[in-house]
Ligand binder design. Structure first.
Ligand code: SAM
Length: 295
């Protein structure tokens, strides 16, 4: 079963996880908490809570946070951060009754799921208001296939030359997949929670590969991966890339009773009452995030 295999992968990278992921800055976490409260949210089920690096600060900011995750290794890390309520379970069948929480919440999870619509639907079932995800909307971050992604691209290209078969999700990276999902399933609300012009060394992208802290690197022979990373490091040198980084909260409202469930909905529709639109809301849709959802 796919969830179990994913859980085993995350068990393996749990100890490296926090050190190799970009942290969310305090002001973004505060804005996430404020926006959720503005939307009428008090209780949150973080689906794929991982090491609790988001759940713990949100709880400290006054939200009632419960975490669910398939990986025991990741949950152990979250427990060490004193996330109070943690449960093992799968995003596709959450171990909670209907409307137990105000929202089901995803941070860096939807892009890696095989059936994100099923997971959004399940989060809408347990969430009184629906499902929320932290996303990088269209118009934010390095554009796919541009210079900004060169360090990653070089590694992938070298691996391909060595005959390594890469999963589809390795190609565009999490951000491309997130943007695709927003296009397929446009949320009813999108509220920007942080925006900044950032400049980063291209070589920073290599740390995750070097430490084998990305799931898809786990099945690549270590020496093959090390060689590809060393070549990329040599090529990018000390070059940097600059981009506008935007993070936003997307809200998919709980469909009214009797309407089609998430999994049954044609792609590109927002569901009952939603705005729809083939490309999903971009950064400009942030104004829609100011008002609260109808309860
Ligand atoms: C990339 S991590 C994100 C963790 C955390 N939300 C964060 O932002 O730091 C993805 C998490 O989702 C969990 N996960 C993956 N597939 C899952 C599934 N089908 N059901 C439940 N959890 C899952 C993994 O075990 C992992 O902890």
């Amino acid at each position: 079963m796919r969830t179990l295999r994913d859980a085993a992968d995350f068990d393996e990278i749990a100890t490296q996880y926090d050190a190799t992921r970009e942290p969310l800055e305090g002001s973004a976490l505060e804005t996430i908490a404020t926006t959720l409260r503005d939307w009428g949210v008090r209780s949150v089920l973080e689906v794929g809570v991982g090491t609790g690096r988001v759940a713990a600060p949100l709880a400290a900011l006054g939200l009632e946070v419960t975490g669910v995750d398939a990986s025991l290794g990741m949950l152990a890390r979250a427990r060490a951060k004193k996330v109070a309520r943690l449960v093992r379970g799968t995003a596709y069948r959450l171990p909670f009754g209907d409307r137990t929480f105000d929202v089901g919440f995803f941070v860096h999870v939807l892009h890696l799921l095989e059936d994100p619509a099923g997971a959004i639907g399940e989060a809408c079932r347990v969430g009184r208001l629906g499902a929320v995800a932290l996303v990088r909307p269209p118009g934010s971050g390095p554009a796919d296939g541009t210079e900004e992604w060169s360090a990653r691209r070089i590694v992938l290209e070298r691996l391909r030359q060595e005959g390594v078969t890469l999963p589809d999700r390795a190609r565009g990276g999490p951000q491309a997949r997130e943007r695709e999902l927003l296009g397929q399933f446009p949320p009813q609300r999108l509220a920007v929670v942080s925006e900044a012009d950032v400049t980063e060394p291209l070589a920073d992208q290599l740390a995750m590969f070097e430490r084998r802290a990305s799931r898809w690197t786990l099945r690549i022979p270590p020496e093959t991966l090390a060689k590809a990373v060393a070549e990329a490091r040599e090529l990018v040198g000390d070059r940097t890339h600059s981009y506008h980084r935007v993070r936003a909260l997307a809200l998919w409202e709980r469909p009214p009773r009797g309407s089609p469930s998430w999994g049954d909905r044609p792609h590109g529709t927002a569901g009952p009452g939603g705005p729809g639109g083939a490309n999903g809301p971009g950064v400009g849709a942030r104004v829609a995030g100011r008002a609260g959802p109808s309860p």
